[in-house]
Design a protein around this ligand. Structure first.
Ligand code: DQA
Length: 142
């Protein structure tokens, strides 16, 4: 079973970007952690990152078309603005889990609204890189 792990804008800079907020792990480090855990859970990770909203929409459609078991998505700032991502998640039957490294509810008011969260099956936020592995545990059990 394949689980798509989609990452949105600025997450390519993880490890360098505001480490006091997002931690020192790079996206490659997180991919490695997920692959280790995925082996034990008998599933495969397809990890991607884009700074472009439309790519994330296309990949959600692809997850459905390819019969992915689930999608784990950190939409970055598109979380708080993207009706296109909300609609794409609504348009597919593949379960989608929203993840965040930080806890957006403990931050600026503009991060308190999540369009993605309204459409997602569930959300894991605030645990740094561990948010992803916790989401994987859930995805493998759906
Ligand atoms: C984030 C939280 C968002 O508010 C922010 O725009 C990001 C990262 C997180 O993982 O904590 O880019 O999604």
């Amino acid at each position: 079973d394949t689980i798509f792990v989609l990452n949105g804008p600025n997450l390519n800079l993880l490890g360098l970007r505001e480490p006091e907020v997002y931690g020192h792990d790079t996206l490659d480090d997180i991919a490695g952690q997920l692959e280790d855990r995925a082996r034990a859970l008998d599933c495969t990770i397809d990890m991607r990152q884009s700074n472009h909203e439309g790519h994330l929409v296309d990949w959600l459609h692809e997850a459905q078309a390819k019969g992915a078991r689930a999608v784990i998505i950190n939409p970055g700032a598109y979380t708080h603005s993207s009706i296109a991502l909300y609609d794409a998640i609504k348009a597919i039957t593949t379960p989608v889990i929203e993840v965040h490294l930080s806890n957006p509810h403990a931050r600026e008011a503009f991060r308190h609204v999540s369009y993605v969260g309204r459409a997602a099956r569930g959300t894991v936020a605030g645990f740094g890189a561990m948010s992803y592995t916790l989401a994987l545990e859930a995805a493998a059990r759906l």
